[in-house]
Design a binder for this molecule. Structure first.
Ligand code: PMP
Length: 354
């Protein structure tokens, strides 16, 4: 029995439950972690094999080539891009760079389950703000929750797990209301799946407001979840702070090479994203036609606000061969995968309805 004390904050951390995995050998679709169902591109596999020959060396600490490629693809300066081992790590680095102990971080809830954990581990205090109707972020309430103790506001668009994207007009009003010394983090992990013409453009907000940081990832649209690459786009002074707070050599050489090749293959990858969006809209439309109450989704998942039924629905779906993600007492999130997975999910949902 060790006598080493652990930080008191750890006792109160909410859990981050990984999406269910199918038992080995079981025929099941894994729609529980918002992953991309497509296998890696051959060019990505080849880049990984090449990079494997050099794993006795450390990676490029600041992922210079990848950073330049990301910056070029976004039309921002390379000094504004900071990579990390997944955008969830980049978020931790952002908070480490700006939060003093006890600072408040305003966040929507329900939203990405890593937020309250990251905020607590940064020594800050999370201030959750309930969602508005239809699983939408309540930007007015988020702005109203800002106090002189607030250092950061987290904005998840599209919101995980509910799906809607923040609209450009509401974001503009919100950014005008938030003091310029409060950092606004726009988490755009699912931005490539957005088709709502009214949706806000995080990079435009970043260009107009020096207190905006945009977070993006290669895990979803680019299909590299297992490699762990995410990044922040921030004004150079903030970006330098985030870099200083980052894990040294945080992005492996394999991940750097795969992400660079993925940026070169963006056309092929975005065609896959288009196909996932078609499946999303088919899943959403099918569920609504069956009478389910499903909010809009601009991401690669849909949300069923089932309340107390969430866990039993998810367990029954798993037995029917579709692994989905329950949030106990609240709802079920279903990721969009293969067309056959949509078929099976819709078939299951229809029987569960009757
Ligand atoms: N932000 C949101 C809203 C997410 O849903 C996720 C992944 N579930 C992430 C960030 C983190 O993605 P990653 O660390 O794989 O880049």
């Amino acid at each position: 029995m060790t006598r080493v004390p652990l930080r008191k904050a750890l006792a109160d951390l909410p859990p981050y439950v990984p999406g269910a995995r199918a038992p080995i050998g079981a025929a099941a679709y894994k729609l529980s972690s918002n992953e991309n169902p497509y296998p890696p591109l051959p060019a990505v596999v080849a880049a990984l094999a090449d990079a494997a020959m050099d794993v006795n060396r450390y990676p490029d600490m600041y992922a210079t080539e990848l950073t330049a490629a990301i910056a070029g693809s976004l039309g921002v300066g390379a000094e504004s891009v900071v990579t990390g081992n997944g955008s969830v790590a980049v978020l931790a680095h952002v908070l480490a760079a700006v939060c003093e102990p006890g600072d408040e971080v305003v966040l929507p809830w329900r939203s990405f389950e890593a937020y309250p954990i990251a905020v607590t581990l940064a020594g800050a205090v999370g201030v959750p703000v309930p969602l508005a109707a239809g699983g939408r972020l309540d930007l007015e309430a988020l702005a109203a929750a800002v106090t002189p103790r607030t250092r950061v506001v987290l904005v998840c668009t599209p919101n995980n797990p509910t799906g809607p994207a923040v609209h450009a007009d509401e974001l503009a009003t919100f950014l005008d209301a938030v003091p310029s010394d409060v950092l606004v983090v726009l988490d755009e992990a699912y931005v490539e799946f957005v088709r709502d013409p009214q949706a806000a453009d995080g990079l435009a907000a970043f260009a107009a407001h020096p207190n905006v940081v945009v977070l993006r990832t290669f895990s979803k649209a680019y299909g590299l979840a297992g490699l762990r690459v995410g990044y922040a786009v921030a004004r150079p002074r903030l970006a330098a702070g985030i870099r200083a707070a980052s894990t040294p050599f945080g992005v492996s050489s394999l991940a750097q090479h795969a992400a660079i090749v993925s940026l070169r293959s963006v056309g092929e990858l975005m065609a896959r994203v288009d196909a996932i969006v078609v499946e999303r809209d088919r899943m959403l439309g099918g569920l609504r036609a069956q009478g389910w109450d499903v909010p809009d989704s601009q991401a690669n998942f849909v949300w069923l606000p089932l309340g107390d039924q969430a866990s039993s629905f998810a367990a029954a779906a798993g037995r029917a061969g579709v692994l989905v993600r329950p949030f106990a007492g609240d709802g079920v999130r279903v990721s969009v995968g293969e067309p056959e997975a949509t078929d099976l999910l819709l078939e299951f949902a229809s029987t569960a309805r009757h």
